[in-house]
Each structure stands twice: as structure tokens, then as C-alpha cells.
Design a protein around this ligand. Structure first.
Ligand code: TRP
Length: 457
């Protein structure tokens, strides 16, 4: 199941442009809609800090990129959509991985090598102006990927080496500490176009030749009219395969539209007319999404909630894995709770007609299942070792359902539980909003559940 997981990160240091859309966002959203797909898309804001020290820009870019994915129809309930910095397990895992990563491996990373080569060429100290974040970039990226046991990572060619490094690092960890990680593979979409920018080179922020994705109609048209062309006049036959206008058109058009544009080139369509057609094609693909984008940009609180819910969902995977990894490397409690089997007989509270034989740990909270006489329904309680009632479940029709609810509650990271005051009690919900039961002391419930989970990990 996890072998089907796709994961990719988007660095939050810029404004999305047409090249990002065609090369990454559009194919990713299409892939996420495949039946059986399990997709993880996240905003790599820790990575953004490596190359950007402008706080406002990081925040703005995070908002723009999140709004972009949502406006283009990403189903945030179906996929895992989150902000990297909302997952504290990521930097934690980064450190564990750092300690099994060969320094020599990082010396060979393309981005770091390019920077040191440039320094060498200009007779500077080889590490002049290079921050340690750039050097550690591949380890942070390995943590992003390995944390969710993603098997497939769709990226651009420039990222292939990073995925290979994530494999190396994961393999090294597995070798030392046992099989914890799936080893990822890069997925390069062969049939996705690399868009030319305004000057004909690859559209890229670093060339300053991009067309921003969400330009208002008028400005989009102006930008498209500014694409460089040769000086052939209207009426002169033109070679579509030599034209950036045609390449751009093809990335948005159907096969039929592309064929008729090819014919128009042969017949000598003027550059102005070709650009007008290109503008119309792009505008019609984007205009509905542009309206959604503008609405979303005006509601950052809605986006914030979506990201926080996404992080809670992602942490349902990250927290238990991190607990295991900490134990695996030896970051452990000094006293391990001894599991013992006890019979919960008279202990089970009044009203119970059946008692369950449960494995509980000394001093730990325990789950007590019972059937209530008055309504014949099945319930469970969570009780602290001193008998304090911590959680009273909702009723269940069958003991199996109650048992399943216990398993779910045991697997949720305690701080992902949502609690809501209701009179003297608190209602306890799972992160997806399902009511689990009531508690008089949610803080103690959380801490006892977390202790229980750690001892069982
Ligand atoms: N380095 C990637 C880029 O610049 C972004 C990224 C961060 C990423 N973490 C990732 C991509 C994990 C894939 C998987 O494009």
C-alpha cells in the first residue's frame, strides 16, 4: 500500500509561474485523481529559508502556492497537503539522518559543488558565502521523503541526485538500525513539456524570464505579446518547431488544436495573431481557476485551516514513526513499562455486565470495555492507573466497533486530538472531526495516552 505513495515538495520562495504549472502542478493534480493514488504534497518552507531571508516573502509565497494548488482543484481531503514546518518530526528526523550521512556525500551535491566551484574560480575561500543549510539541503529533503515512506517522488531532472541521496541515506539508516524506510525512486515525467520563458531559455525564476501563473487577463496578454520571436513577417511560412510561441501553445492545447496551429504556421500566420491565439488558449484554461485563486487569496484563514488539518493528518503517520525511530537509535526511556495481564473484574465500573481481559501496563492508563445494562450498547473507558476516569466513549452497537475505536484512539498522536468544551465536560474528537467521547480532563487524557503509546512503541 505504501509502495504506491507519491510525495513531492514545493519550495515556498517565489510566485508560481506557467512553467511550474505545466511541469509540476498540473501533472501532480492529475496523478492525485487516479484511483488508488496516495499523494503527499507539501510546502517546503524549511527549504525556502536556505535561499531566502525575507520573512514576508516566505509567508506570501506559502499563501500563494497553497492557494494555487487549491484553486487548481487539488482535493485536500483526499491527499496529504501540508506545510513542512508544521511537522516537528521533520527536523527531528533530519538530525537522526544527519548522523548517518557521510560528509563526503554532501560534498558531492550539485548545488553545493556549483557554489564551491564558483568560489574557487574567483579565488575566494571555497565556502565563502555558503550557509550550512545549503550543505544540509539533501538531508532535510531525505527526511521529507523517508518520513512518509514515499516510494515515488515526481521531480524535475535537477532533483534526481537528491532522490538518490535520500536512497543512500535511508539505506544506511536501515543497515544500521533495521528496516525502517522504503527507499524512494525519482519519477521524471517524460511527456511533460519544459516551457520556454519570455527569452526562449527554460522558464525559470533564476533566468527572470517567467510568466506568472495568475496575472490578470490584461497583463497576461501583455506578457505573451512580449515573447521573443524572429523577424519573419506575416505571410511568411514559419517553422513551428523553432518557435517558442508554438511550444507554449502546444503545452496548453489539445492534439487537434496543435495540428491546426501547425498548419497556420505553414500558412504564414503573423506573430501577433499567433500570440493572440496563445493568449486565448492559456486564458481559457486558467480563467475559472484564477477566480477561485483570487477568492482564496482573500481568505487566508481558510487556507490556514486546511494546512493545519493536513498537518494533523500527516502527523498521524509521522508521530508514531518518529517514536519508533527514537527507540531504534537508543533515545529511550530509562524505565520500560512492564506489560502484565490483569483481570479487570470488580474494577470495571458500575453498570458493566461484562469485563474484558486486557493487557495493561503497570502505572499506565488502561482501556476498559463493557456493555451498559440500561441501553445494551457497548462502551469503553480510559482510566488512569489510580482509577480516575479520563475518557468515556460514545456508544457502539457491537463490541467489534468499540474494539476498532480503541485501536484508532491508540494510534492517533495525542496532540492531534481536538477537544471542545461542552458544559462541565470536554468533547474529544479525532483530527478528522469524529466524536470519540467525553472527558473531564483532556490534558491529562492526552498525556496518559501519549505515555501509553510510547510504552507500546
Ligand atoms: N528540492 C525540491 C525543489 O527544489 C523541493 C523539495 C523539498 C522536494 N523537499 C522535497 C521535492 C521532497 C521532492 C521531495 O524542487
Amino acid at each position: 500500500m505504501s509502495s504506491q505513495r507519491h510525495l513531492t515538495g514545493i519550495t515556498t520562495s517565489g510566485t508560481p509561474h506557467l512553467g511550474n504549472y505545466v511541469g509540476a502542478i498540473r501533472p501532480a493534480i492529475t496523478a492525485s485523481r487516479q484511483p488508488g493514488a496516495s499523494s503527499f504534497y507539501f510546502l517546503a518552507d524549511y527549504h525556502a529559508l536556505i535561499k531566502c531571508d525575507e520573512p514576508e516573502r516566505i509567508q506570501r509565497s506559502t499563501l500563494e502556492i497553497a492557494a494555487t494548488w487549491l484553486a487548481l482543484g487539488l482535493d485536500h481531503e483526499k491527499v496529504y497537503f501540508y506545510r513542512q514546518s508544521d511537522i516537528p518530526e521533520i527536523p527531528e528526523l533530519t538530525w537522526l539522518l544527519t548522523c548517518v550521512t557521510a560528509k563526503g556525500l554532501l560534498n558531492r551535491a550539485h548545488a553545493y559543488k556549483a557554489a564551491t566551484d564558483a568560489n574557487r574560480a574567483s579565488d575566494e575561500d571555497i565556502d565563502a558565502g555558503i550557509n550550512a543549510g545549503l550543505y544540509m539541503y539533501p538531508v532535510l529533503m531525505a527526511a521529507d521523503i523517508l518520513m512518509f515512506n514515499a516510494a515515488r517522488v515526481p521531480v524535475g531532472r535537477d532533483q534526481i541526485q537528491h532522490i538518490e541521496m535520500a536512497r543512500d541515506i535511508g539505506q544506511r539508516f536501515n543497515h544500521i538500525y533495521g528496516e525502517h524506510f522504503v527507499l524512494p525512486e525519482a519519477v521524471i515525467e517524460e511527456n511533460v513539456a519544459t516551457l520556454p520563458g519570455l527569452d526562449g531559455r527554460k522558464m525559470s525564476k533564476s533566468y527572470n524570464n517567467t510568466i506568472p501563473l495568475w496575472l490578470p487577463q490584461k497583463e497576461l496578454k501583455k506578457a505573451i505579446l512580449g515573447i521573443v520571436t524572429n523577424s519573419q513577417t506575416p505571410g511568411e511560412p514559419k517553422d513551428p518547431d523553432e518557435s517558442h510561441v508554438f511550444t507554449l501553445y502546444q503545452a496548453f492545447a489539445s492534439a487537434e488544436e496543435t495540428a491546426s496551429m501547425r498548419a497556420a504556421f505553414a500558412e504564414g500566420i503573423g506573430w501577433g495573431d499567433a500570440k493572440q491565439k496563445l493568449f486565448e488558449r492559456i486564458d481559457s484554461e486558467l480563467s475559472a481557476a484564477r477566480a477561485r485563486y483570487e477568492t482564496l487569496m482573500a481568505q487566508p484563514d481558510e487556507i490556514e485551516n486546511i494546512l493545519l488539518a493536513g498537518a494533523a493528518k500527516a502527523r498521524e503517520i509521522a508521530t508514531p514513526l518518529m517514536t519508533k525511530l527514537r527507540a531504534a537509535v537508543g533515545l529511550r526511556r530509562l524505565i520500560k513499562a512492564q506489560p502484565i495481564v490483569v483481570k479487570l473484574a470488580a474494577e470495571a465500573t458500575a453498570g458493566a455486565t461484562t469485563t474484558a481481559e486486557l493487557t495493561v501496563a503497570r502505572k499506565l492508563a488502561r482501556f476498559i470495555s463493557y456493555r451498559e445494562k440500561s441501553d445494551h450498547k457497548f462502551y469503553y473507558k480510559v482510566a488512569a492507573a489510580d482509577g480516575t476516569l479520563l475518557l468515556q466513549s460514545v456508544p457502539f452497537a457491537t463490541p467489534q466497533e468499540s474494539g476498532r475505536a480503541i485501536i484508532v484512539l491508540k494510534s492517533i498522536p495525542a496532540d492531534a486530538l481536538i477537544t471542545q468544551s461542552s458544559g462541565a465536560d470536554w468533547q474529544v474528537h479525532s483530527s478528522d472531526g469524529k466524536l470519540l467521547g467525553t472527558s473531564v480532563d483532556p490534558e491529562r487524557l492526552r498525556s496518559e495516552l501519549e505515555t501509553l503509546r510510547l510504552s507500546e512503541a
